[in-house]
Design a protein. Structure first.
Length: 88
């Protein structure tokens, strides 16, 4: 795998963040979410290591499936794999 530039890292973080947001907002109306924090950590010491965490806080009476954050993370990793497979 080639060495990642700052631009490459930014592209990957943007891809992951956008994928997660689109997934969540396609299943939950924005008005039901009080706060959404997405943390993406890219580490390239011994190859590419990506850690994603999501904090999803609904409004009091919203019914949000707890597994939606996990599903969004799985999809983001899948998109990352596809992106890396296409990269030279």
């Amino acid at each position: 795998m080639k060495k990642l530039t700052k631009e490459d890292s930014d592209k990957i973080a943007n891809l992951l963040s956008t994928t997660i947001e689109e997934f969540i907002f396609s299943r939950i109306p924005k008005k039901e979410i009080r706060d959404l924090d997405i943390t993406i950590i890219l580490d390239y010491e011994k190859g590419l290591d990506v850690n994603i965490s999501i904090e999803l806080i609904p409004y009091e009476f919203s019914k949000i499936e707890p597994r939606i954050a996990d599903e969004a993370i799985k999809l983001a990793y899948k998109k990352l794999d596809q992106h890396l497979d296409r990269s030279p």
